[in-house]
Ligand binder design. Structure first.
Ligand code: FES
Length: 286
């Protein structure tokens, strides 16, 4: 699959929620080949410090404007440096990388998208892609939650899409008081059955989403996170325990950057992952 190394100019950088930034970059070759669920590696500062590029999924793709957007939260030195970059700065981008979401051919069905916090990032690109190939906006249900209202994207930034948004916050400061898993479960309990469920958030959230989807027999694709170093399948730093589709007892590892980041939940050996509070996966020894 074609990938490109581009010097991309920052067109816009905006703080859109607590510690969360939307970055728009001019990247004509990457946007022309990118699709929802894929990611780019970004060198967050000029020079070699920090040495490693950081991975960010596509948040929005605007091929007619030669622009891509990423959405990120400041969680460390790299993202802090990135948040200080101003329009006009040129950053090195490598992509598109990874496999991307898949859409079903029958567009007359409902789709569910479940986003926890910054997990909203790749799901808006998927909304755009679904709308572009004929899915009707009212059939797209976005279940979107965060810890509090300050961590949510502004509601008005989603209203223009015309999709059904089911808001939630853990502390009840906006929308339903509870988690995204709670709102998806409520909808399933009331008979809602999407043709496919897409999820993105912490690994712990996705584990619970996978179990819920399995309970209700809903086909699911998850965009999984893992610690990434090279982002290119070379360092083995992003491995997750998995099983082969034709051998449920098989025991091997997939690399989120190279084999994913989109996975069927049944391909992951969730019971071998211990969910660390900081969300980095830790593998159980057996
Ligand atoms: Fe190096 Fe995936 S980040 S193999």
């Amino acid at each position: 699959m074609a990938k490109f190394d581009e010097e991309a100019e920052i067109l816009e950088q905006q703080c859109v929620a607590a510690g969360t930034y939307r970055l728009r970059l001019a990247s004509p070759r990457i946007v022309a080949h990118g699709r929802a669920g894929q990611f780019v590696l970004v060198r967050v500062a000029a020079g070699s410090d920090p040495l490693l590029r950081r991975p960010f999924s596509f948040h929005r793709l605007f091929p007619s404007e030669d622009a891509v957007e990423i959405l990120y939260k400041v969680v460390g030195r790299g993202t802090l440096l990135l948040s200080r970059c101003r329009p006009g700065t040129r950053l090195s981008l490598l992509g598109p990388l990874g496999n991307g979401f898949t859409l079903l051919p029958d567009t007359n069905q409902a789709l569910a998208l479940a986003a926890g916090g910054i997990g909203i990032a790749p799901l808006l690109a998927l909304v755009d892609q679904a709308l572009a190939v004929g899915w009707r906006s009212e059939r797209l249900h976005l279940f979107y939650g965060a810890r509090n209202v300050q961590e949510l994207l502004p509601p008005e930034s989603l209203t223009g899409l015309g999709i059904q948004v089911h808001w939630s916050t853990d502390d009840g400061s906006y929308g339903y008081g509870g988690t995204v898993i709670d709102t998806v479960r409520l909808a399933f309990d009331q008979g809602f059955r999407p043709a496919r469920l897409y999820g993105c958030g912490t690994l712990a959230m996705q584990y619970h989403l996978a179990r819920l989807a399995a309970d209700f027999g809903v086909d699911t694709e998850l965009s999984l996170e893992s610690l990434m170093a090279c982002g290119l399948g070379a360092c083995l730093g992003c491995a997750l325990p998995a099983r082969l589709s034709d051998d449920p007892d098989s025991d091997h590892y997939v690399h989120v950057c190279k084999d994913g980041p989109i996975f069927s939940p049944g391909s992951i050996r969730w019971q071998k992952i211990q969910f660390h509070p900081a969300q980095s996966p830790i593998f159980l020894s057996s």
